[in-house]
Design a protein around this ligand. Structure first.
Ligand code: BTN
Length: 243
């Protein structure tokens, strides 16, 4: 099998490009990288700022055993994979914000969007994993949250996009393999070592629950310590922020 990598000058969204290249069972894993996106997508219906020549926009088509139940775990372990790829290049202090945003010094520098393509057969799902990393970006319009780029946070590292892409792809392939064989539990401590919410006073965006960040359980739910005990919060149901 292996991968089938295409590097394109400009696309709407690399996730949409990979969706067109995902075909049935077997065959190479489609990977698309673009120099620029005209309709970059983020989680929760947001846009993803995708200026030309500065950042990494990469999507992979993954076929996954374990059915739809495995998808929440997958999106968390992909965060660990990207963190490890950056750490392999020398970055220290890479943080994860549940479920899978990458943070440094309280600012976001990368995001992951997992979209479901469909179910190939019972228990085998195809997904598109899109990774956006701010590499050299210094200015962006319409980013509605504090952000930073790799070059700004780790100026002593030579952030070549080709090397970065190769590391990200390699880490993701290894991570998905381990995840399929051992499940999310194999990544729980790796995820928690990078948890930026741990020990923070948190509240859900709708105000439904509040408590102190206490890591994740083996299902990838975020744990809040409250007066009434430890409450698990499911990804997708609720989003958390620092109070
Ligand atoms: C997030 O909201 O944090 C997820 C952002 C994901 C952005 C990446 S860039 C490559 C891929 N193509 C897209 O349109 N989105 C993802």
């Amino acid at each position: 099998s292996g991968i089938n990598l295409e590097v394109l000058p400009e696309v709407g969204s690399t996730n949409a490009e990979v969706a067109q290249r995902l075909s049935g069972a077997g065959g190479a894993i489609p990977v698309v990288i673009a120099d620029c996106q005209t309709a970059g997508r983020g989680r929760r219906g947001r846009n993803w700022a995708s200026p030309k020549g500065q950042n990494l926009y990469l999507s992979m088509g993954l076929t996954l055993q374990g059915g739809f139940a495995a998808l929440e775990g997958l999106s968390l372990v992909l965060g660990v994979a990207v963190a490890r790829a950056l750490e392999a290049m020398g970055a220290e202090g890479v943080g994860l914000k549940w479920p899978n945003d990458l943070f440094a010094d309280g600012r976001k520098f990368a995001g992951i969007l997992v979209e479901i393509q469909g179910e190939l057969q019972e228990g085998v799902v195809q997904v598109i994993a899109g990774i956006g990393i701010n590499v050299h970006m210094t200015r962006a319009e319409e980013v509605d949250q504090p952000w930073i780029s790799l070059a700004e946070r780790w100026p002593d590292i030579a952030w070549a996009r080709n090397a970065l892409a190769a590391n990200v792809i390699r880490e993701i392939l290894g991570t998905v393999d381990t995840f399929e064989r051992q499940g999310f539990a194999a990544f729980r401590s790796a995820w928690q070592e990078r948890d930026i919410f741990c020990g923070q006073e948190l509240v859900s965006r709708g105000g439904e629950v509040a408590g102190t960040g206490a890591g994740i359980d083996d299902g990838g739910n975020y744990l809040l310590k409250t007066d009434a005990g430890v409450v698990p919060v499911r990804a997708g149901d609720i989003s958390l922020r620092v109070q």
